[in-house]
Unconditional design. Structure first.
Length: 276
């Protein structure tokens, strides 16, 4: 049997956590056990209420002024309150207003910065050709066979977003806590490796938002994580990023990359995932 890892990024990070938890729970009585060894989540929106820290982040990198910071703080607090009240649809609407906003919404990232896309704060305009090469990739017969998708078609559709709207602001924090705390049977050895990586230049789910979430995780390494030092990650003598490892949890910052790390830094992303 090959070791099995689950990986996803952005909103897909939530899928990874819950898929892994499902495997973890069902492996106990499964006739055929899936050899899950770990998960990796890139720029993942895992715990939205604790990741709404755009105001400080964007102010510190100079993309919004103090007036804009105040506007964003108000919306962040509003969204967090709606999440606390389980008003998921309303919370998503506020989140969308922070990120996209309407034409005259002065409290949205797009309108304040003038950026058309928020994947990388050094690249305000999107080169769509870079991001949609996956269409050709997922039409490749060899790849489709290797990932066992049969004749299922691949497409982007707004219908999916519509039906999953209320899920966007829900947290998978408890799922991740279960996974990062899980141990081997009759042993204290941790069962799964758990990695979170972020592109340094992402706006949508920037590195500070992930760190804010990780600090709130309840797990055996919580105290050590708060004090742990980072190490420099080199690739071919070049600084690729920074790694903080505590027990079985890895927190990685990928340099010169935005929301989609494998597109911005493919070699570094490959090195990262193979080392993990």
């Amino acid at each position: 049997k090959n070791d099995f890892y689950l990986a996803g990024e952005s909103y897909g990070g939530k899928y990874v956590a819950d898929f892994a938890l499902t495997i973890h729970v069902n492996n106990v009585d499964a006739k055929i056990e899936i050899p899950l060894k770990g998960i990796t989540i890139g720029n993942g929106l895992c715990d939205p209420a604790n990741m709404l820290v755009y105001s400080n982040y964007l102010n510190q990198v100079g993309l919004i002024d103090d007036y804009g910071k105040t506007l964003f703080e108000q919306k962040e607090n509003e969204a967090a309150k709606l999440v606390e009240e389980n008003k998921w649809s309303e919370a998503v609407d506020v989140f969308y207003s922070i990120v996209n906003g309407g034409l005259n919404d002065i409290g949205s990232i797009k309108n304040v910065t003038g950026f058309s896309k928020l994947f990388n704060y050094l690249v305000p305009e999107l080169d769509a050709s870079r991001y949609f090469r996956m269409y050709d990739l997922f039409r490749n017969d060899s790849l489709r066979k290797s990932i066992h998708v049969g004749d299922v078609s691949f497409a982007f559709t707004n219908k999916v977003g519509k039906f999953l709207k209320e899920d966007i602001m829900k947290s998978v924090k408890s799922s991740i806590e279960t996974l990062v705390n899980a141990t081997e049977k009759n042993s204290n050895k941790k069962k799964y490796k758990v990695m979170f990586y972020n592109g340094q230049l992402d706006i949508i789910v920037g590195h500070p938002t992930t760190v804010n979430f990780l600090k709130k995780l309840e797990w055996t390494g919580k105290q050590e994580y708060s004090k742990a030092r980072r190490s420099i990650w080199y690739y071919k003598k070049e600084i690729a990023g920074y790694v903080r490892k505590v027990e079985n949890l890895y927190e990685v910052l990928v340099r010169n990359a935005g929301h989609l790390v494998p597109i911005d830094q493919p070699e570094w992303a490959f090195d990262l995932i193979t080392r993990f």
